[in-house]
Ligand binder design. Structure first.
Ligand SMILES: [Zn+2]
Length: 390
């Protein structure tokens, strides 16, 4: 379907704009309408004085929200780890070691197999309201496999992240310094043309503070934005290092001390929480309340990956954030839309105001509250992406 011509979405019972023009933290408007032109929001106002339009979508009094911004996903992989999940549910702890299983399967897969998985998961996320998604490499861990992972990711999104420093691959297990040199040298050179961001898994068993700093600094020097996987499995230096290097986001933030929270509160770095991981690994959730009360900007994302969180569902993450992390429904919806946009340093998504990208969803529900109130229910009735109904 073409995005040309104007499209009016009217009869909106509750419009979440995330704009200061509306009421409360979500910029709510009642009985609203919204005009789309050339893939952008052209007008937002009252349903009583709607402009003329070529086409019309009747929201039927339901809630309309900005599309979800999922700022953390690993979609380029082969194989699955359902048996590992079952073993974990039977009592085995999660260690992160299963990443190497997926690396082996990903290296062995054809381009066509990887592309099919990326497209399937991207379509799955879109059906659930995700209109912006970040996709990482990190299961190739060779120069050629990282570059092809990013090339394939770039076919579905502009938000691509080079994660050559996901784990040290088995063939470098006894010489991690050599692997860091590879990541900063030929691997970065091959990956950078296809990537907007660089990321490191800064964790015991993955990369320490010195390696993380070296890799992020190299990436920044060639123009990539910085993000960090930090403080997931235990306390560590990742969060403070991310803030120091002006990362757009530090992700996981499950094990934080007061200095970590103070650093986040005093910096520009978003704390992205990934509650699908704690759900799927049966681990304690991050303390979202502590971060919000300290004034930290919080985002929610899926961390969709075959090991620790095989969900593409942002509504599920919103429900977990409310039920398990003591976020209010408004805080969780903001974090899953505008918060994700902040984590990607974007001001054209996660918001519905004139000039923003016309990415939105119409719910089968009268209010954003239902996303947490009715967990597991397919409430996304219709999605517009770049103004085009999907
Ligand atoms: Zn991740």
């Amino acid at each position: 379907m073409s995005a040309s011509g104007s499209l009016l979405v009217d009869n909106i019972g509750e419009l979440v704009t995330n704009s200061p023009d509306g009421r409360g933290p979500l910029g709510l408007r009642r009985d609203a309408a919204l005009l789309v032109e050339d893939g952008r929001v052209a007008w937002v106002g009252s349903a009583r004085d709607t402009p003329a339009a070529d086409r019309r979508v009747d929201a039927g009094g339901a809630a309309v929200l900005p599309g979800f911004v999922d700022s953390h996903a690993h979609l380029v992989f082969a194989g699955d780890r359902a048996a590992e999940f079952a073993a974990r549910m039977a009592g085995q702890p999660y260690t992160g070691g299963g990443i190497r299983t997926t690396v082996g399967a990903t290296r062995a897969a054809s381009d066509g197999e990887l592309r099919a998985t990326v497209r399937r998961l991207h379509a799955e996320a879109l059906r659930q309201g995700t209109t912006t998604i970040e996709v990482k490499s990190g299961y190739g861990l060779t120069v050629a496999d990282e570059a092809r992972s990013l090339r394939i990711a770039a076919e579905v999104t502009d938000e691509t992240t080079f994660l050559g420093a996901h784990v040290v691959p088995a063939e470098y297990a006894d010489r991690p310094d050599d692997y860091v040199s590879l990541v900063c040298g030929p691997m970065l050179a091959a990956a950078a043309p296809h990537a907007r961001w660089i990321d490191v898994f800064c964790e015991r068993g993955a990369f320490d503070a010195d390696h993380t700093r070296a890799i992020l600094t190299c990436g920044r020097a060639v123009g990539l934005g910085v993000r960090v996987h930090a403080n997931q499995l235990g306390p560590g230096p990742g969060v403070r290092l991310g803030v120091e290097l002006e990362a757009a986001s530090v992700d996981h933030c499950t094990h934080l001390d007061d200095a970590d929270v103070d650093a986040l509160a005093g910096g520009q770095t978003v704390a992205t929480l990934l509650p699908g991981v704690e759900f799927s690994t049966r681990s304690p959730y991050p303390d979202a309340r502590r971060l919000l009360d300290a004034g930290v900007t919080v985002a929610l994302a899926t961390d969709c990956n075959p090991g620790s969180s095989y969900t593409s569902s942002m509504p599920f993450c919103v429900a977990l954030a409310v039920r398990e992390m003591r976020m209010t429904p408004a805080e969780a919806v903001w974090a899953a839309t505008a918060g994700g946009a902040r984590a990607l340093r974007r001001d054209d998504v996660g918001v519905l105001r004139p000039g923003a990208r016309a990415d939105l969803m119409i719910l089968d529900a009268p209010s954003h509250l239902h996303l947490a109130y009715r967990p597991g229910v397919p409430l996304i009735r219709k999605v517009l992406h770049n103004g085009v109904p999907r």
